[in-house]
Design a protein around this ligand. Structure first.
Ligand code: F6R
Length: 367
């Protein structure tokens, strides 16, 4: 049942190329120039009238929602807020009939997410669900549903569901951009072509898992570490940090790289591991200088970098892991993979139950 893998988590990490492929299947026109989402009921007219988006989710799905915010703001230029579901209802969010609320949930059964969905509908918002489970409560109650086709996720720690949620956001963001005319056809086609290369690029990353295994073993000897990055790299850093905490029980913190100097640098001591993501081209120089700040204080830095930057980043990092080249907006679909492997191998090195970590259920049905 684990298909030759030692754990479901490792199997599911390896299923991501297929999950990406399946989630895109039938949703890109044959000429590769546009997104087709026939399952959506929302009319083009209604979509064009939306002026505010709330993305609401918990845990890993919330982290996918942080990437979703960048995708929609970038492609559609409509303001997006991403909220943790257990916070959303209690802050009196401004919800109007022109608000689109997107709930993200692997299981479709998370109590807080479901409650947020109902609250949004009570206020007249149109609710779009991104979920992996057909027929789940969230899928049944939402006004619109985009199903991720990641296949069943058995390991409690979510991997392929998260990354397939990113694919769903890319598709929906492009669909909306087409509808509103905020991106030209060539731009959409260019992004779609880059998306279709992702499965093969993930395969390339998986083939280098041994490099990450080595780093994970050294990390497993520490009590605390940092994940840093800027922009989308920060969103992915948050997911990497959660994954590590969930299954290895090692404390870690995700920090926006530019924010370290506002206090947290005090915790960067000799030998502390820092996982630094530096995949956003526009933020490259700034992030590199932040990496130099932690390096100068003796941190042991693993750089998650773009292919081609090896020589330049080598001076400021102890080890590097290069991801294949893609568009800046798409890097999360690649950069999360080494972080998933890192938490898997750290948990393994510590002898923990990788697939069934303590204090976490696959679906959290209490508020
Ligand atoms: C992370 C994890 C949890 C879930 C969260 C939401 O690996 O498993 O953080 O992401 O409980 O679950 P869903 O997506 O089912 O709503």
């Amino acid at each position: 049942e684990k298909g030759g893998f030692d754990h479901f988590m490792l199997k599911e990490i390896h299923e991501q190329p297929k999950a990406y492929h399946d989630t895109m299947l039938g949703r890109i026109s044959e000429d590769g120039r546009s997104v087709v989402l026939p399952e959506l009921k929302i009319s083009a007219e209604k979509l064009r009238g939306i002026n505010r988006v709330h993305i609401v989710a918990c845990g890993t799905a919330y982290h996918a929602g942080l990437v979703g915010k960048s995708i929609i703001e970038n492609l559609v230029r409509i303001p997006v807020e991403t909220d943790v579901a257990s916070e959303y209802r209690y802050r009196s969010p401004i919800i109007t009939p022109d608000t689109l609320v997107i709930v993200v949930s692997q299981s479709g059964e998370t109590a807080d997410t479901l409650a947020a969905l109902r609250e949004a509908q009570r206020n007249g918002a149109h609710v779009l669900a991104i979920t992996n489970v057909v027929g789940s409560s969230v899928a049944r109650e939402a006004d619109d549903v985009i199903i991720t086709l990641a296949g069943p996720e058995i390991a409690v720690a979510s991997t392929k569901a998260y990354s397939s949620q990113l694919i769903a956001f890319y598709l929906f963001g492009l669909y909306w951009a087409q509808t509103n005319g905020t991106q030209d056809e060539a731009t959409v086609a260019n992004i779609l072509a880059a998306m279709q290369a992702l499965p093969e690029q993930v395969e390339k990353i998986l083939a280098q898992a041994e490099v990450i295994k080595g780093v994970a073993e050294s990390i497993s000897k520490h009590d605390s570490l940092f994940f840093i990055g800027r922009g989308l790299d920060y969103a992915v850093a948050m997911e990497g940090s959660l994954k590590l905490k969930e299954i290895s029980y090692i404390h870690s913190e995700a920090y926006p790289a530019g924010e370290l100097k506002h206090g947290t640098l005090a915790l960067i001591e000799e030998g502390i591991p820092v996982i630094a993501l530096i995949t956003q081209e526009g933020l490259y120089e700034k992030t590199l200088s932040n990496i130099k700040e932690v390096k100068a204080r003796g941190a042991d830095v693993l750089g998650i970098i773009n292919e081609g930057h090896e020589a330049e980043v080598a001076k400021s990092t102890d080890r590097q892991f290069a991801i294949p080249r893609t568009l800046p907006l798409l890097t999360p679909a690649l950069s999360v993979v080494p972080l998933q492997l890192l938490s898997y191998y750290a948990s393994l090195a510590l002898g923990h139950d990788v697939d069934k970590p303590r204090n976490l259920a696959k679906s959290v049905t209490v508020e």
